[in-house]
Design a protein around this ligand. Structure first.
Ligand SMILES: Nc1ncnc2c1ncn2[C@@H]1O[C@H](COP(=O)(O)OP(=O)(O)O)[C@@H](O)[C@H]1O
Ligand SMILES: [Mg+2]
Length: 256
């Protein structure tokens, strides 16, 4: 990366509407390099829309986003995207190897054919501890394995920023690194932005939390107040925070 002192992501006065529905209202957020931030908010709160704007797939009506100082289109190469795995069509007949290789599409220059047997596939599958299943069909995988495959697909282009949409912690790895440990070790090398409606799941992972429901509330820390949650979810806090409002959310409070 040219300038290591640049913030990884800057969101300035960002507003976005689908037709006449205002979905994101004047969002401001700066995410520094190597941060690990969680963005929580209810379903329909605009989380996926925000990620799509960061990826340049949707254009803001107002304001701007910058990825290492430039537009998403100019700096797409720095971004890795892990879509919600439950939306992924598992019936499609394709191997783990080929799904991961697809992460190179659009990154190697237009029309560049993908090399079969790309050594990077093996490398990223080792990172997510899926080497033994490289030749399996994706229809044979568990949800947790598919999630790791999608992470490997995002990693193959060497991103500096990893965006994860609604990953779940329901990971079945009985041996090897937990999903938590995997994200922590990836965070040594890259910025991580994880969005979820599930405050309990997310607060175990992240170092900082923002709340998003059309507007975004962020205090540059992991502390999250009753006011922040209520303003975001519009419902009583102990339903969401598992009866531990007004406290810093940490692993011990949410490992049930
Ligand atoms: N393609 C679309 N066309 C019109 N409205 C959309 C579209 N995608 C999402 N929306 C609406 O935008 C709002 C935010 O959606 P989304 O970003 O998916 O929220 P979240 O990911 O937080 O659940 C919702 O009200 C949703 O119905
Ligand atoms: Mg979503």
């Amino acid at each position: 990366m040219e300038n290591k002192n640049l913030p990884a992501i800057e969101i300035n006065n960002l507003s976005f509407s689908f037709q006449d529905q205002l979905v994101l209202d004047n969002i401001n957020l700066t995410i520094r390099n190597k941060e690990f931030i969680g963005i929580i908010g209810p379903n329909g709160g605009g989380k996926t829309t925000l990620l799509k704007i960061l990826l340049g797939l949707l254009k803001p009506n107002k304001g701007e986003v910058k990825i290492f100082g430039k537009s998403p289109a100019k700096n797409l190469k720095y971004l890795g995207y892990v879509p919600q795995y439950s939306n992924f069509d598992k019936s499609y007949p394709i191997s783990v190897h080929d799904v991961v290789l697809m992460g190179m599409l659009g990154r190697t220059g237009f029309g560049t054919p993908l090399k079969k047997e790309n050594p990077k596939v093996a490398e990223v599958l080792e990172k997510v501890e899926l080497t033994p299943i490289i030749n399996k069909q994706i229809g044979e995988l568990s949800g947790g394995q598919l999630q790791r495959v999608l992470i490997a697909r995002a990693l193959i282009s060497n991103p500096n920023i990893l965006l994860l949409d609604e990953p779940t912690a329901s990971i079945d790895s009985k041996s090897g690194k937990s999903f938590y440990d995997l994200l922590q070790s990836l965070n040594d090398d890259m910025t991580i932005v994880l969005v979820s409606h599930d405050i309990g799941a997310i607060s175990r992972f992240v170092k900082k939390i923002a709340c998003l429901n059309k507007t975004l509330i962020y205090h540059d820390s992991k502390e999250i107040s009753v006011e922040m949650i209520e303003a975001t979810y519009h419902c009583p806090v102990d339903l969401i925070a598992h009866g531990v409002p007004h406290r810093v959310l940490d692993e011990s409070e949410h490992s049930h």
